[in-house]
Ligand binder design. Structure first.
Ligand code: SF4
Length: 265
């Protein structure tokens, strides 16, 4: 069995506990205005121009983003960092894109990782059928679950889809006792608004089981060059990052509500 992935990041420290290897799946059902990996959204291999300068001569070539890989091939990469992952309390994180978009490959990877003794995490937007999430949950030690916007119209406006399935799946995962960290992308005037933050806190309080924590993910324009390179419209051009003091205030607000909170994951 093969999956379509576009990157494997080693020594990741923001994708779950400890030192991790993060496998990025290609393809996403959402297209968030603030996406840091716009090259991940298409479920196909895409080709983008790449410029090299060698000895004063400039060449432009096409670079493929995404490649097919078998479970064994990905495990071979994961196993290279086994000692760092196991001794740090880390493991393997599946991210994207959206890993749930390739459920059979994701399940095969999760099962193989568990057999090898690795802690597993799935970083998801939650837009998938419940039957997929339920099957994946059996082999997932931690979900990093994105909550983009509580208002369904705003959610559709910024991501292309409404939030009903996402909220419903989160509630069901919580009810079955899945370990969850909630990830909040904080985009000024989009998701970082008083009403959205208030509604987010109110929704989290209604979950059957309290999430293990909340990760505040402030917007940075570090992906701006990707939008230029991939010739995509950057809807966040000119949007500034949040002030450190605003983030600290928000962190305290979620801590006061009883959550373990990180800034940046
Ligand atoms: S869910 Fe994540 S990967 Fe998908 S478009 Fe949104 S930010 Fe990008």
């Amino acid at each position: 069995m093969q999956g379509l992935i576009f990157d494997i990041k080693r020594f990741a420290v923001h994708d779950g506990p400890g030192i991790r290897t993060t496998v990025f799946f290609k393809g996403c059902p959402l297209h968030c205005a603030w996406c840091h990996n716009p090259e991940s959204i298409s479920p196909d291999i895409i080709h983008v121009p790449k410029t090299y300068t060698i000895d004063g001569h400039t060449f432009t070539d096409q670079e493929a983003v995404g490649h097919h890989a078998s479970v064994a091939e990905v495990m071979q990469e994961i196993d290279k960092e086994a000692v760092f992952m196991t001794t740090s309390g880390g493991g393997v994180t599946f991210s994207g894109g959206e890993p749930l978009l390739q459920p059979d490959f994701l399940l095969a990877m999760l099962e193989t990782c568990h057999k090898a003794g690795y802690h597993t995490a799935v970083d998801t937007c939650g837009q998938a059928s419940w039957s997929i999430l339920e099957a994946v949950a059996a082999h997932t030690d931690l979900f990093l679950y994105d909550l983009k916007h509580m208002d369904t119209v705003a959610h559709k406006h910024y991501t292309g889809t409404n939030n009903r399935l996402i909220l419903d799946n989160l509630r069901r995962l919580s009810a079955m006792g899945a370990h969850l960290r909630i990830r909040l992308p904080l985009i000024p005037d989009m998701t970082y608004t008083e009403s959205n933050l208030t509604e987010t806190l109110a929704f989290l309080a209604t979950l059957p089981n309290k999430p293990l924590g909340v990760d505040l993910l402030p917007y940075h324009n570090t992906a701006a060059h990707k939008y230029i390179r991939f010739n995509k419209e950057n809807a966040l051009k000119g949007v500034n990052s949040l002030q450190k003091s605003s983030l600290e205030t928000l962190k305290q607000r979620f801590e006061k509500a009883g959550y373990d909170v990180t800034i940046g994951g």
